[in-house]
Ligand binder design. Structure first.
Ligand code: ADP
Ligand code: ASP
Ligand code: MG
Length: 404
């Protein structure tokens, strides 16, 4: 029995006419290739946002089981609607929720990780139905509570299901033609990329490009699953995510992305002594707050330092409060979330010089101030003021000749 995993995002299931389109794609697939299909679906677009808003009117803390019980309902609805439509078309189908398989996760509510998927249930259901419509984004913990995998997590549900079923590929249908050199909604000249390496899309996804959920790429890379990101609106080939060895062209910069989800915290007048940074970051770690970019400066007299770092915007207030409540000595603390991280990514950076210089020069020419810099082998990120985001993305896109 050949099995195929296909995932459809929010815009692709946004209303009955889009759902009809999904059913059509599934019909073609059954006819052409596959005997059985596991369809992983997101909530209809906008639904999860509304659910999050409703919940936050009562509680701002999203790490509770009730947050997940609420926000997972969008997928319950879309999976049942799609399955109903398939059955109307005489394609035997049933909807499956995370707990019904089960898709077992840890109990980190709002950002759970999949631990295990019961493939025996899948195999059993696949004997009775041609198409299984699985509610993406959700699972169940050992404590028997519904969990969700983080915003955009349906991609991860799909890849995890393909892995657990021992398949070697997975199709992700979305509202753009594939993965582009930058978000095509922000950079008008962005180009579709035909193939991209796991490392590159993992960096882009982790640094803010929401076209794929980062964890889905991690899993695909680990288990060698080929991901085909393509449009549910057009019958075109999209982008293949592949191993670096298989890539012939190694562009210096493959893509540019931005993230607005961080806040910058600056501590001024901390003693310049060994162990202070360790103390500050251990407070944050204890509170489960991730630190991303870091920069430290020493005052002229060498006695004091200032430390700037970024944390997720959602943790900004907590981080400031915990530091203020600690015994760490400092002159003042300041935080700002009107910032944006711009990142350029490309495996070709490993073997080329002058990449960073071009980035800094381009931003300088636009009179955009760089606040913090961080690098890895295949990426350079800079922190800038949020209002400069679009200008910076477009200028860098041109500078690295990524435009159409
Ligand atoms: P889905 O609901 O199908 O999962 P998402 O909204 O999560 O879709 O992701 C698709 C969106 O990602 C696109 O509409 C696009 O605006 C955005 N995006 C950001 N960066 C990129 C990129 N580099 N390539 C393609 N799309 C991108
Ligand atoms: N519906 C969820 C969200 O909006 C999951 C997803 O779309 O992948 O984040
Ligand atoms: Mg998505």
């Amino acid at each position: 029995m050949s099995i195929h995993v296909m995932k459809f995002g929010g815009t692709s299931v946004a209303n009955l006419s889009r759902i009809k389109n999904v059913v059509q794609i599934v019909e073609n697939k059954i006819y052409r290739h596959s005997e059985r299909i596991i369809l992983v679906v997101s909530a209809m677009s906008g639904v999860t946002n509304k659910l999050v808003e409703e919940y936050k009117r009562i509680n701002k803390d999203i790490s509770t089981p009730e947050y997940d019980a609420i926000v997972s309902t969008g997928e319950q609805c879309s999976s049942a609607l799609i399955s109903s439509m398939l059955n109307e078309k005489k394609i035997s189908s049933r909807s499956i929720l995370g707990w019904q398989l089960p898709i077992l996760t840890d109990s980190n509510h709002s950002k759970a990780r999949i631990l295990q998927i019961d493939t025996r249930s899948f195999k059993k259901y696949l004997e009775d139905y041609k198409v299984l419509v699985v509610a993406g984004f959700q699972g169940v913990s050992k404590q028997n509570r519904i969990t969700t995998l983080g915003r955009g997590g349906s991609d991860t549900s799909a890849v995890a299901i393909a892995c657990s079923m021992g398949l070697d590929s997975c199709e992700i249908y979305t509202d753009v033609e594939g993965i582009f050199t930058s978000d095509p909604r922000v950079v008008k000249d962005a180009n579709k990329i035909n193939s991209i390496t796991y490392e590159e899309i993992l960096e882009l996804a982790s640094l803010g490009s929401k076209v794929l959920h980062p964890r889905s790429v991690e899993l695909a890379m680990k288990y060698g699953i080929r991901i085909h990101v393509r449009s549910s609106f057009e019958k075109k080939i999209g982008t293949m995510v592949i191993k670096e060895e298989s890539k012939i062209e190694r562009e210096i910069v493959t893509g540019i992305t931005s993230s607005e989800k961080d806040a910058k915290i600056t501590l001024k007048g901390i003693p310049d002594k060994p162990g202070i940074a360790a103390k500050i970051f251990s407070i944050l770690a204890r509170n489960n707050i991730n630190v991303d970019m870091i920069v430290q400066n020493i005052t002229d007299d060498g006695k004091f330092a200032s430390l700037t770092f970024t944390v997720p915007e959602d943790d900004e207030k907590k981080a400031v409060k915990e530091i203020k409540n600690s015994n760490i000595k400092f002159k003042n603390i300041h935080s700002n979330s009107s910032i944006c991280k711009i990142s350029i990514v490309g495996v070709g950076m490993r073997s080329n010089v002058g990449v960073a210089q071009k980035m800094f020069e381009t931003l300088a020419d636009m009179n955009i101030n760089i606040q913090v810099i961080s690098t890895s082998e295949i990426k350079i990120s800079v922190l800038i003021d949020l209002p400069n985001k679009k200008k910076a993305l477009n200028a860098l896109h041109d500078a690295y000749k990524l435009s159409k």
